[in-house]
Design a binder for this molecule. Sequence first.
Ligand SMILES: *Cc1c(COP(=O)(O)O)cnc(C)c1O
Length: 390
Amino acid sequence: MYFDEWLSERLDRTKEAGLYRTVRTMNSAPQPEMNIDGKKQIVCSSNNYLGLANDKRLISAAETALHHFGTGSSGSRLTTGNSIWHEKLEKKIAGFKRTEAALLFSSGYLANVGVLSSLPEKGDIILSDQLNHASIIDGCRLSKADTAIYRHIDMVDLEGKLKETQRYQRRFIVTDGVFSMDGTIVPLDQITLLAKRYNAFVIVDDAHATGVLGENGRGTSEHFGVCPDVVIGTLSKAGGTEGGFAAGSAVFIDFLLNHARTFIFQTAIPPASCAAAYEALEIIENSNEKRQLLLSYIKKIKTALVEMGFVVKGDLTPIIPVVIGDAQKAVIFAKRLQEKGIYAPAIRPPTVAIGESRIRLTVTADHSVREIDKLLESFYVIGKELNMLI
Ligand SMILES: *Cc1c(COP(=O)(O)O)cnc(C)c1O
């Protein structure tokens, strides 16, 4: 009784702060149009950027492996959970990311936590971008190294912090490749230069960039033509499946296999998921069509919204934040969108700064031109209704 009362009170505070969350039930495979809360909606919040999560080739690859290997891996990779598919996928990831080796984790979240909690030691410091993903923040918290936060993609602030921290044994700069709320691309070329100048290591989390950025979708390192020390990523976004990874030198991967606790003490993902992810990387590597279509959609949407008079943040990524400003107004905007059959969430403080509440749109290569046009038209109509456009 006391237990539930105590938690209800805490939840009340969550509600008062406007931070109460609930889940929605999707009764179909990820598609551009889905039935959400009993109403057909164009989904503009999915990370399935290339539409691979419901691709016949991935389904078939998973199905074949499923019949051979069963539904579960049965253990940690270091005990009974390692299959030929895990190894094949790791080789594929390393080839795709142009690194010597790669290690598979059960998720991107666990890859970040595993790397950051094991790699930097006591006496080291991690320099972390202010807008880094929660899994990076949690990894820093578990690390024995100190952490300093620099302002979002602010190279002057980062350089200042590099200068101030020379007494530390080693410095690690850790950053998202594409930032999930702002859609900005990290200037990895500049970060690499600073790291060289100040003798620091670079860790980039390419969760939103893998499959999307670079000529062949290899991510931010390909986009800028640089080689960070560590690349972390996930197969759950453009990859359309599940599983996270770290990629880098063979020694680094050997180190992680021996020291990353989220690798050692976690049941391996099922071989069927690996087979599907392998197929996804194969597709991503060998065709640019979907990526180019995606990029053309991104350009079309951003150009149109800016022309209408909206403030749109970020670089050319599938994450398109449209700034509404006031939190309440952003909620109303999202609600109007839903009434028109478009699902895109309002993002409010504390996730973003006060006065910067926004609609966070994402677009995928699976959307049709008709759906994109409907999205743009709805933005225009609602923007007019709410007196946001001249
Ligand atoms: C989604 C995301 C992750 C987590 O990846 P999962 O595979 O979903 O656990 C980590 N980092 C960033 C930047 C992300 O956007």
